[in-house]
Design a binder for this molecule. Structure first.
Ligand code: CDP
Ligand code: CDP
Length: 207
């Protein structure tokens, strides 16, 4: 069983994907971390993420980088959305995600293009949404809790810029798959979001 969870920044897709993975006893992959690792490697190597060859050179990152707290920063999230627009970067990370999705027993993946590109024949696809203001408040609270002094206005501006870049790129843009169920978490608690997500998956499995 493959479950694809896509959506914009701080929509709740990671929280929902982790809960679904636990509920169904499946392994989970946060694919955004891979793009964040490329971005962190671009910064570490002092490369230019806007240049495709530079971003590609940063795709060969050390696995330990995936656990580095630096990946959670707002700046790395924004740089991830720059490097992820390059087709050759997406190609470099494609097989790893594909292998994870199609492993025996199944998997839950969250990102931007899981239901459209990585696992187009997933058994259940969810597209998670929330208003930009609510997403900015959630992300701001998270960043603050981890010691950042970033302002809410800056987080909101970065989220809007990232939404625009992610949804207008020509390669694997952030758009719901035709057969994705839409779930707006703007006014839902985490618990309620997870219950809705499980109900959606159950309905898909019985269809
Ligand atoms: O957690 P958050 O939604 O803030 O971001 P993320 O999922 O860690 O993704 C960071 C950036 O990586 C996104 O803004 C996308 O540009 C890119 N990304 C992507 O292009 N495709 C994916 N499957 C996952 C992330
Ligand atoms: O993975 P993504 O960036 O889409 O979002 P997330 O990391 O799952 O959630 C971002 C923040 O919003 C986390 O602090 C969640 O606990 C919180 N959240 C929430 O307050 N209400 C929800 N219904 C879902 C997530």
């Amino acid at each position: 069983m493959i479950i694809a969870v896509d959506g914009p920044a701080a929509s709740g897709k990671g929280t929902i994907a982790r809960a679904l993975a636990q509920h169904y006893g499946l392994p989970h992959l946060d694919t955004g971390l891979l793009y964040r690792a490329v971005a962190a490697n671009v910064a570490r190597l002092e490369l230019d993420g806007a240049i495709e060859a530079d971003a590609v050179a940063a795709c060969d990152f050390d696995e330990a980088l995936l656990d580095d707290p630096i990946l959670r920063s707002d700046a790395i999230g924004s740089l991830a959305s720059v490097v992820s627009a390059h087709p050759l970067v997406r190609a470099a990370l494609f097989h790893r995600q594909k292998r994870f999705a199609y492993q025996p027993g199944g998997a839950v993946l969250d990102g931007r293009d899981i239901g459209t590109v990585i696992a187009p024949d997933a058994d259940a696809k969810l597209f998670i949404r929330a208003t930009p203001n609510i997403r900015a408040k959630r992300r701001h609270a998270e960043l603050r809790a981890h010691g950042s002094t970033i302002s809410l206005d800056k987080v909101l501006a970065d989220i809007r810029a990232r939404d625009l870049r992610d949804s207008t790129r020509s390669n694997a843009p952030l758009v719901p798959a035709n057969d994705a169920a839409l779930l707006d978490t703007s006014f839902l608690s985490i618990e309620a979001s997870v219950q809705r997500a499980i109900a959606i998956v159950e309905a898909r499995l019985q269809a």
